[in-house]
Design a binder for this molecule. Structure first.
Ligand SMILES: Nc1nc2c(ncn2[C@@H]2O[C@H](COP(=O)(O)O[C@H]3[C@@H](O)[C@H](n4cnc5c(=O)[nH]c(N)nc54)O[C@@H]3COP(=O)(O)O)[C@@H](O)[C@H]2O)c(=O)[nH]1
Length: 818
């Protein structure tokens, strides 16, 4: 319930406001004008009424006088005639005086026949009179006319009566009208006009500051008052005020939101362009100007094709934007990487997302173009791509790219029905030279050897370094095997001149093994194996020679078969063993976990390192039972360390691609955790980059399920495959392991240092931990610490150890006691 009356304070606050408009005082307030009108109309009306009344009274008085005269005629006619007939003068006079005493009768004239007259009474000159005549007749058988009496009434008295009455009426009317008007004025003012004035004051004072204060009239707050017209108007004003209040609050909220969004867009780290429906630029944020050098005022109204990717020719730019427009229209979004040009002509890469801006009806009211400068990422990706595909030392394609090229060459040869030569080269005595003259001399030799081999080849051929001192040559489009022999002879010849290593002349020869597609095999891995076998044959023949593959050389494969048959029994015979290498926190050097590394100890083959047997296990599928054994043993070991030390020590296990794609893989992992009772977050599965790059739905699904199971996932050997950082975003990885080949050269190669730095920064920006592999020296540790690398692993901390040694290390090494 509102207060019945306005408080003094409220009244005060309603009248005091410095900014309110000047209050206008009405020259003739409504109440006064009302009174004036009432006075006018009531006076006019009563005057008319009184005038009519007076006129009627006047006519009645006249009628009365006429009636009186008629009464005089009827009453005095015969008596006057008798007095006249009898000549009774006295009686006649008495009768005439009697008539004269009647009101208004002021004059009598009696004409007596034949020629005398009697006049009684006086009449003022010019007075208004009313006269009446009648004859006086004596009837005595015959009729004798005796005379005529003229009775005159003076109307002056009647008039003065009339004037008095008019004066009285006017005075009375005036006072009545006056007092009624005052009363009406007071009542109207009290009940209406002061409230109207308060309403006027209120609405005049209404502003944003006073909007919260309601209009309250200075009168009782009863139902009757609330439902009358003033109450209704007050209610309407208050409702309007309420609506305004709400509108203002909503507008302020909207304005604050709009301000926030526009500031966010303006300060966005991404460049933002907003175009209208016709793709004309309406807005460009600060980042866009910063990125491109275009000022907003220079580009408003232009089409974005004039700014984004204008380095390509006009037709291509037109096609690109036509494609973008079509896709945005059909799919609702376009995104891609575009090579654009800044205002100053510099080129840069940007990642662009184009989406329509939809209105409430779902119609496109414009377009939003978000851009992000990805030049650095692109540069590193290209660098990584180069690193992954090319040998850093010689600049030749590496094994991976060479295998790709071989596959392409075979596919082409199948179409052309041509031949492809595959050559395996190995430098004779390279190990000896490397050991005696040092690594730098070894490196110089490799570079020069690469140059000499390359100089013997045609454009379509490929020479690649497979690793160490091994080279592969691919010769597509051969007319016959003779062609490859010629190339081999040319190569051997280029090796004739000595190499200058450390200032000395050194003679280095090479052995070449040749296999021909399709004669020797129709698949790439067999061709490589055959070329390898032929190369061994050439070496056996005597160095600096070449040999063409012959089936009897498959004896080498025999060794492989032998290894395979041993491997099949290795699990059963308990020849497999896990070694553990500590993983430490780089900052503190404290132990956080260990990597499980498989070893095979075979009585016939001796200790076989995983590099040798894991590829074979992969090929034969034996990796599945072996991998299962590794996961089970690793989980058991980690759980036993927990029991031993009371500390969480995580265990990293390598997973090979075939093992990962085994349908039972997830069950195997879950079972290992269940049976060992190891907490899932203490198990980390290391997955190679190459596996992720097949980018299949199954890979994503398996990773998702493992992640959902709480198991940690890491990318192993990062940098050796196609290191597309963008893929990492799509998978639930927790960490990334930088391959040891980068870590080992961080202090020697500036390029490796910057690459490691960039990998750490980018991994962190993707929320991934970074583990550096192959840390061998204090200097490398120092570098990694400076670059905020989270974890480290390598010979500097410890070589991989048997479980027994690892437990001993745990018990004795200070790194283990963090
Ligand atoms: N699928 C499986 N693969 C496995 C398993 N166990 C091992 N492997 C893979 O075999 C590759 C070779 O392993 P290994 O010979 O054991 O070499 C590892 C370390 O000994 C070595 N390392 C560690 N520190 C240093 C160092 O400071 N310098 C240096 N030159 N080498 C060092 O690095 C290898 C660890 O590699 P990674 O796995 O990338 O962390 C190897 O690729 C293994 O992945 C298995 O059970 N299953």
């Amino acid at each position: 319930m509102q207060n019945t009356y306005v408080s003094a304070q409220q009244a005060e606050s309603m009248t005091v406001n410095a900014t309110r408009p000047k209050r206008l005082r009405s020259a003739s307030p409504l109440s006064l004008r009302l009174v004036a009108w009432i006075l006018l109309f009531s006076s006019a009306f009563s005057l008319l009424a009184s005038g009519a009344q007076i006129y009627i009274d006047y006519q009645e008085d006249l009628d009365k006088i006429r009636e009186r005269m008629r009464v005089i005629e009827s009453g005095y006619r015969s008596s006057l005639a008798q007095s006249l007939w009898a000549l009774d003068q006295k009686h006649l006079q008495t009768q005439m005086e009697g008539i004269l005493s009647l009101p208004y009768i002021d004059h009598l004239r009696l004409r007596i026949e034949p020629g005398s007259e009697v006049v009684m009474g006086t009449l003022p000159r010019g007075a208004d009179v009313l006269t009446h005549h009648f004859d006086l007749v004596h009837v005595d058988g015959n009729e004798f006319r005796l005379g005529e009496l003229t009775v005159t009434a003076n109307l002056q008295g009647l008039y003065s009566d009339l004037r008095r009455r008019v004066g009285l009426i006017l005075a009375t009317q005036f006072f009545i009208v006056f007092f009624v008007s005052i009363l009406v004025f007071w009542i109207f003012r009290h009940l209406v006009t002061r409230h109207l004035a308060a309403m006027a004051d209120y609405t005049r004072d209404l502003s944003l500051e006073t909007l919260s204060r309601p209009l309250i009239l200075h009168r009782p707050d009863t139902a009757a008052y609330r439902s009358d017209e003033l109450g209704m108007v007050t209610d309407a004003i208050n409702q309007m005020r309420e609506r305004l209040n709400n509108d203002v609050a909503r507008r302020e909220r909207d304005e604050a939101e709009i301000r926030k969004f526009s500031e966010a867009i303006e300060q966005s780290p991404s460049s933002v362009l907003i175009c209208d429906r016709q793709w004309h630029i309406e807005y460009a944020n600060h980042k866009f100007s910063q990125l491109t050098g275009h000022k907003p005022e220079e580009i408003i109204g232009k089409h974005p094709s004039a700014l984004i990717a204008p380095n390509v020719d006009q037709v291509e730019a037109g096609q690109l934007w036509q494609g973008i427009r079509l896709q945005v229209k059909r799919v609702g979004v376009w995104q891609g990487e575009v090579n654009s040009v800044r205002r100053n002509g510099d080129r840069y890469w940007e990642q662009i997302v184009v989406t329509p801006i939809k209105d409430k009806a779902g119609e496109s009211s414009g377009y939003l173009i978000l851009g992000e400068d990805i030049s650095i990422r692109k540069r590193y990706e290209q660098q990584l791509l180069r690193q992954a595909n090319y040998d850093v030392l010689t600049g030749l394609p590496n094994r991976m790219l060479a295998l790709d090229r071989l596959k392409l060459a075979l596919a082409q040869a199948r179409r052309d029905e041509s031949q492809v030569g595959v050559m395996f080269l190995d430098l004779d005595n390279f190990k000896h030279i490397n050991d005696t003259l040092g690594h730098d001399a070894g490196d110089t030799l490799l570079v020069e050897a690469a140059r000499r081999i390359s100089s013997c080849l045609r454009g379509a051929s490929t020479v690649a370094r497979l690793g160490g001192d091994e080279f592969l040559v691919i010769l597509p489009g051969l007319a016959g095997p003779g062609d490859s022999n010629q190339v081999a002879e040319r190569i051997l010849k280029t090796f004739t001149p000595p190499f200058i290593l450390n200032g000395q002349e050194v003679f280095v020869s090479t052995s070449i093994g040749i296999a021909i597609f399709p004669t020797d095999s129709d698949n790439s891995s067999n061709l490589l194996q055959h070329a390898d076998a032929a190369m061994y044959q050439a070496k056996h023949q005597g160095k600096s020679s070449y040999a063409r593959f012959a089936p009897e050389m498959t004896e080498v494969s025999h060794e492989r078969l032998q290894m395979e048959s041993h491997m099949r029994k290795a699990l059963e015979l308990g020849e497999l063993e896990l070694h553990f290498q500590p993983i430490v926190e780089t900052r503190s050097g404290n132990l956080v976990g260990a990597e499980a590394l498989l070893r095979w100890n075979n009585p016939a083959l001796g200790i076989v390192m995983p590099d040798r047997f894991i590829p074979l296990a992969e090929e034969t599928g034996l990796i599945i039972p072996i991998g299962e054994w590794v996961i089970n043993e690793a989980c058991k070991a980690a759980q036993s360390w927990q029991a031993l030390t009371g500390r969480d020590i995580s265990i990293a296990v390598n997973v090979s691609p075939r093992q990962f794609r085994d349908p039972k893989f997830i069950d195997i992992v879950m079972h290992a955790l269940w049976s060992s009772e190891l907490r899932p977050e203490l198990l980390e599965l290391e997955i190679t980059e190459r596996l992720i790059l097949d980018n299949s739905i199954e890979t994503a699904e398996i990773l998702k399920q493992l992640d959902a199971g709480g198991i940690r996932l890491s990318v192993d050997d990062f940098g050796t495959g196609y290191s597309a950082l963008s893929y990492l975003k799509s998978y639930p990885f927790d960490s990334l392991k930088i391959d040891k080949s980068f870590v080992q050269d961080v202090l020697k190669e500036a390029e490796d240092a910057s690459l490691v730095r960039a990998i750490i920064q980018m991994a962190h920006s993707l929320g991934l931990d970074v583990i550096a592999e192959g840390v061998e020296s204090e200097d490398q540790t120092h570098f990694l610490k400076t670059e905020n690398c989270d974890y480290s692993q390598g010979y500097f901390y410890s070589r991989p150890m048997t479980e027994q040694d690892f437990i001993h290390w745990l018990e004795t090494n200070e790194r283990a006691f963090s």
